[in-house]
Design a protein around this ligand. Structure first.
Ligand SMILES: [Zn+2]
Length: 364
């Protein structure tokens, strides 16, 4: 871990960055989930004056036991064998290259390192953003899919519970696709709250609002399916009306964000109208909730496939976390017009459907 260069001159920013030195070893050819994405992000962040004020952590691979807290050994072996045999495809859109197994362990290690950095008793970092790949939120208990091999967010949550004594973890997934893998892993678990905001309909086809958990986990899953064409105001209103009151009432010791920026209007994999203002605002709101709860805040990178716009979005997420965690207003959005999005009546109807589905479990 390397700290800020000159801590005497300026205060350390509260959100650390986790970088993944070996991320380019997971080779995907011309696939949209390319190593060029995070390289563009790091290039941008390193050029900012704020870079010297951030704690920068290098991801180290986890042992397989950390991954096996979420996936059976047979799943790890499937990925390992595919990689060792020279690579190939685990499903129609999930490539594996010869070093993908090691790279996926390193991605999990980045998520775990982010958790350690915010939960160590003496830490100055109240938040951490793990810039890792391959992404994880589509990886189910026993299946790699949707560009994902192991579920980084889930591994981070289990690590926080097992190694740091955190009882309850909330995972907020704002990737534009439903976090079906994370939902699968925690669907019967009352101690991990999973909230997914995602475009509906869209890949992978799960995440309707009546999927709310099972058995002991009934009510611990919250799905907010968002119609195509929605924008900043819609997503932020979903935070105000559903995400924030639900997380606050759950009182987690750690908040994890599955941060996929593929709902941006310039991203090719969805039909949302989110802008820079939307991501900054969501990040600020999550930071504020974590601050109010005294909870750690960890974000793990998921989607976001436009290398021209992703660097700015990831920077704004860091700045939104910083401001929320320190109780400041969100910076940088003055003068920018948030995207209005959907017809008001259509959107109000959808929010009513979501809150009705959640009414057996909470007051919304
Ligand atoms: Zn996505």
């Amino acid at each position: 871990m390397s700290g800020p260069n000159d801590p005497g001159a300026q205060e350390t920013l509260p959100t650390a960055v986790v970088v993944q030195p070996g991320q380019a070893r997971h080779q995907t050819g011309g696939h949209p989930e390319s190593h060029l994405r995070l390289e563009a992000v790091i290039d941008h962040l390193e050029g900012l004056p704020s870079w010297s004020l951030r704690t920068v952590i290098e991801a180290e691979p986890v042992g397989t036991d950390s991954v096996e807290a979420c996936h059976p050994e047979s799943h790890l072996e499937t990925v390992r064998r595919a990689a060792e045999s020279g690579g190939g495809w685990l499903d129609g859109d999930t490539p594996v290259s010869p070093l993908s197994f090691e790279t996926a362990l390193e991605a999990c290690g980045g998520a775990v390192g982010a958790v350690d950095s915010v939960l160590e008793p003496a830490t100055v970092n109240r938040g951490a953003f793990a810039l890792i790949r391959p992404p994880g939120h589509h990886a189910t208990i026993d299946r790699a899919m949707g560009f994902c091999l192991f579920n980084n967010a889930a591994v981070a949550a289990r690590h926080a519970q097992r190694e740091h004594g955190i009882e309850r973890v909330a995972i907020i997934d704002w990737d534009v696709h439903h976090g079906n893998g994370t939902q699968d892993i925690f669907y019967g678990d009352p101690n991990v709250l999973f909230i997914s905001l995602h475009q509906w309909p869209l890949y992978p086809g799960t995440g309707w609002l009546d999927e709310t958990g099972r058995e002991d986990g009934a009510g611990s899953t919250v799905n907010i399916p968002i119609p195509p064409g929605a924008g900043d105001r819609n997503w932020v209103e979903a935070f105000e009306r559903v995400v924030e009151p639900t997380v606050r009432a759950f009182e987690p010791g750690l908040v994890i964000v599955s941060a996929g920026q593929d709902g941006h209007y310039a991203d090719g994999l969805s039909n949302q109208a989110l802008t820079e203002v939307g991501y900054l605002t969501m990040a600020h709101r999550v930071g504020s909730v974590a601050r109010d709860l005294g909870a750690g805040l960890v974000a793990v990178h998921e989607g976001g496939y436009n290398p021209d716009t992703l660097p700015t979005l990831d920077r704004l997420i860091l700045e939104g976390f910083d401001a929320g965690l320190t109780g400041e207003v969100a910076p940088g959005s003055a003068g920018l017009d948030p995207s209005a999005g959907l017809d008001a009546a259509e959107w109000e109807g959808r929010l009513e459907e979501v809150t009705t589905a959640q009414r057996p479990f909470r007051n919304l």
